[in-house]
Design a protein around this ligand. Sequence first.
Ligand SMILES: Cc1cc2nc3c(=O)[nH]c(=O)nc-3n(C[C@H](O)[C@H](O)[C@H](O)COP(=O)(O)OP(=O)(O)OC[C@H]3O[C@@H](n4cnc5c(N)ncnc54)[C@H](O)[C@@H]3O)c2cc1C
Ligand SMILES: NC(=O)c1ccc[n+]([C@@H]2O[C@H](COP(=O)([O-])OP(=O)(O)OC[C@H]3O[C@@H](n4cnc5c(N)ncnc54)[C@H](OP(=O)(O)O)[C@@H]3O)[C@@H](O)[C@H]2O)c1
Length: 513
Amino acid sequence: MVAVKRVAVIGAGPAGAITIDALAKEKSFDLIRVFERREAPGGCWLADKQPPPLLSDLAALASRSADAPIPLPDRLPAQRPKIANPRYAESSIYPYLETNIDSIPMEFTQEPIPAERSQRSIALHGHDTPFRHWSVMQRYIQGLVDRNGYQDLVSYNTTVERAEKVGHEWKVTLRKDGAEKDYWWVEWFDAVVVASGHYSVPYVPAIEGLEQFEKLRPGSVMHSKQFRGKEYFQGKRVVIVGASVSGADVAVDLVNTAVSPVYAVVSGHRANAYFGDEAFNHSQISKQPSISRIEARNVHFVDGNSVRDVDNIIFGTGYSWTLPFLPQVEVRNNRVPNLYQHVVYQKDPTLLFVGAVAAGLTFKIFEYQAVLAARILAGRAILPPLAEQEKWEQDRIAARGDGPKFTLVFPDFEDYFEDVRALAGPGEHGLGRQLPPFKREWFKAFLDGHELRKKMWRRINAQAWDELDVNLNGLDLGGQKKTRSPPPTYGPDLLNKIPNVTQRGRLDPSIVG
Ligand SMILES: Cc1cc2nc3c(=O)[nH]c(=O)nc-3n(C[C@H](O)[C@H](O)[C@H](O)COP(=O)(O)OP(=O)(O)OC[C@H]3O[C@@H](n4cnc5c(N)ncnc54)[C@H](O)[C@@H]3O)c2cc1C
Ligand SMILES: NC(=O)c1ccc[n+]([C@@H]2O[C@H](COP(=O)([O-])OP(=O)(O)OC[C@H]3O[C@@H](n4cnc5c(N)ncnc54)[C@H](OP(=O)(O)O)[C@@H]3O)[C@@H](O)[C@H]2O)c1
């Protein structure tokens, strides 16, 4: 590898923010430039000032081909009309979003997350709640960027539209948002660190009749990314798709606001590895299998059941990995192949990734990856031979498959942290950000945080089933059992036979169960 003196970092979310520190502390580079397409740091933790745009091009979202590369101006620098394509830079934040991971395993090892607790979180989890409001996280990341003069390294409102290797150099084509027109130009680097995240482009599955449903009432098909709080859904009949974190959070949140029950398409789908499906065991959530088709505003499920007059379908179906600025780098099965230790692009170690892992001890992993990337670029970490790197990937595919599970570090956190730390080495002459050995208490706090959330759902659900009991006692159920049984015997099967029970115990005849 030629000596690396100029490094570009793409993205100023948590991964980019810690990468700046890791690079700067090596004191080996003449130029560190950070390009961030938003107006401030924070990545997923930076809220929008505008309402989110409506979903467009559902077919492209379904085939994971949205966010394609755009044509570059022939000559640069140039001013050009603003681009028309959606780039999905907007946030997934709603006003009361909190972290769902304990702050201790989440924070970087040298920068504690402030112990600011919201009233909402205290009410849900107690006075020592380990979860933090999104705004605490945004300020935390902003603080990491606005220190030691790092803020001067960042160019905001600047999208990397292309990064391509020309000879030994990286040609980076940039587009800065202007009020009327965009400004395009090129900068040259020896290496590129990609910290652009992978929770930006919504995945919305292809379903017969979905486009028509959206056309009938634009905005009725939503992704969890566009969720901005429950108020909008007051009195609306809602189907939520997705059995993981977003699906669970939105479904539980809409109970008592949307028309009851809230329909959750979860059966047969992957519950979140950490949280399971506890959230959906609520008396006012009706669990459903996959949607088979949609006719006008009627949603049909694969078991033959259907719901009439649906106002909104919200997809908590996750996100698609995209790298429109790196057309030469493959995205396969919603992951980026050829990344040794999820960091080093095997075909060219001047291209490195920080953050190319599924959620887990997220920020801490980014920190270890960032230090490894910085040490490699500083020439202070030695990579194993290519054959060994390729074997690492093949062994992992054999163990975890060639899809998103490949990027899930859980439960092998200790092995991964220690492997990356060993590869990064101690640095030279006391230079560089120092990585402490993995601490098992991080993992324990991580698991304990999940248990807290499951406990919260169990409490809410038990209360909801008790309330339903009281309400059912006033109903004529045609001989069905009216007294309380615990949820497993008294679960959604019975509820599905009662077409709709509102919180006040009235039957809603407009629903087909
Ligand atoms: C709703 C939601 C809640 C979450 N909650 C948690 C949680 O509680 N705990 C947890 O650990 N994780 C959580 N996550 C996971 C989240 O991915 C991480 O917390 C973290 O934000 C990822 O950091 P990142 O820097 O890798 O990516 P991001 O945070 O996505 O940051 C990437 C940055 O790169 C910029 N960028 C992208 N492309 C370009 C380009 N071409 N040019 C210039 N800039 C570009 C983006 O604008 C963005 O600022 C959550 C994710 C979501 C979507
Ligand atoms: N801090 C917070 O409170 C918070 C809130 C939201 C999200 N997040 C984070 O954001 C990240 C993304 O989470 P996410 O829940 O949005 O996405 P996700 O974890 O990728 O889950 C997507 C879900 O959609 C399901 N799905 C996909 N296609 C489907 C289809 N055709 N029909 C029905 N279901 C389908 C998946 O199951 P199958 O694959 O089996 O189909 C899975 O259950 C996670 O890291 C999460 O922790 C955090």
